[in-house]
Design a binder for this molecule. Structure first.
Ligand SMILES: Nc1nc2c(ncn2[C@@H]2O[C@H](COP(=O)(O)OP(=O)(O)OP(=O)(O)O)[C@@H](O)[C@H]2O)c(=O)[nH]1
Ligand SMILES: [Mg+2]
Length: 255
């Protein structure tokens, strides 16, 4: 966890807003304003932040379990295709599965507006200087969504392969997305994210002919970090490989 990008003060400036709402009235302040940030205290502050986060994450998890909501936390570097995958996925399953989405970005409503066009409930969390979503933000965001029992809630985390790995949101699993334009060595370079994930989606396979990316090599690196990791290879753009992902997804829904 870094102490220069906002991690030490998770959520201090986060706003939570639905598309087409004129102005956010949901300023979300956390309780870390007075924490020390000099180097001597960095480790303790980080422990405090994560301990408090874990507590709130367990509360979220209790809520999700009680309503039998399957929560999937999509994590990746910026631009790997999270929102595109969500758009395609929602379109494919929304007629048979109740869905909702929490979008996380530092700024803008762009992703929430894209999801809103699919017709499923969505809220945008803007983290300001923060580089990840935390459990407190999710606790507030779910109050803005009328979540149905037995639904699937997608959380699209802030694009960042580092910090979101540390923050439990109360999700059932983290799904890491890597696109083939990023290089097949990312699991080695950012091992914590691949370790924290339960599933890995290799996206943009339509671009494989144009980039130096070995799917086998990427999988091998990822399995060295996390031998339990399962993979989907797909193109959110062309739809290739999407069927396997959708089939798996339907199996995750609690009944
Ligand atoms: N060729 C190709 N392009 C893709 C694919 N999936 C997404 N893209 C493109 O990649 C770019 C980023 O896609 P997004 O879905 O916005 O990525 P994201 O992960 O949501 O981005 P952030 O929310 O900013 O982190 C867009 O131009 C997409 O059209 C794919 O499978 N193949
Ligand atoms: Mg996005």
């Amino acid at each position: 966890m870094c102490d220069t990008c906002g991690c030490g003060k998770p959520g201090e400036h986060a706003t939570i807003q639905k598309p087409n709402e004129p102005q956010s009235n949901h300023q979300h302040h956390d309780h870390h304003h007075d924490h020390q940030h000099d180097h001597d205290h960095t480790i303790d502050v980080q422990k405090d932040v994560l301990a408090e986060n874990n507590l709130l994450a367990e509360r979220n998890r209790g809520f999700f379990d009680a309503k039998e909501i399957t929560v999937l936390n999509l994590v990746s570097s910026p631009g790997s295709g999270k929102t595109t995958l969500l758009e395609k996925t929602i379109t494919a399953i929304k007629s048979e599965t109740p869905l909702a989405v929490i979008e996380g970005d530092q700024q803008t409503m762009r992703d929430a507006e894209r999801i809103d066009k699919t017709g499923v409930p969505v809220v945008q969390v803007n983290t300001g200087t923060g580089c990840h979503l935390d459990a407190h933000m999710i606790q507030h965001a779910i109050q803005e969504l009328d979540l149905q029992s037995n639904s699937v809630l997608f959380i699209e985390n802030v694009g960042n392969l580092v910090c979101p790995a540390l923050f439990d949101l109360g999700e059932a699993m983290k799904i890491v997305i890597i696109s083939v334009t990023e290089g097949d060595d990312k699991p080695q370079k950012y091992p914590h994210m691949f370790d924290a994930a339960d599933m890995c989606i290799i996206n943009k396979i339509d671009l494989l002919p144009y980039v130096d990316f070995s799917i086998d090599q990427c999988k091998q690196f990822a399995l060295e970090v996390n031998y339990k990791l399962k993979f989907f290879e797909l193109s959110a753009k062309t739809g290739e490989g999407l069927e396997n992902w959708i089939t798996w997804l339907k199996q995750q829904q609690k009944s």
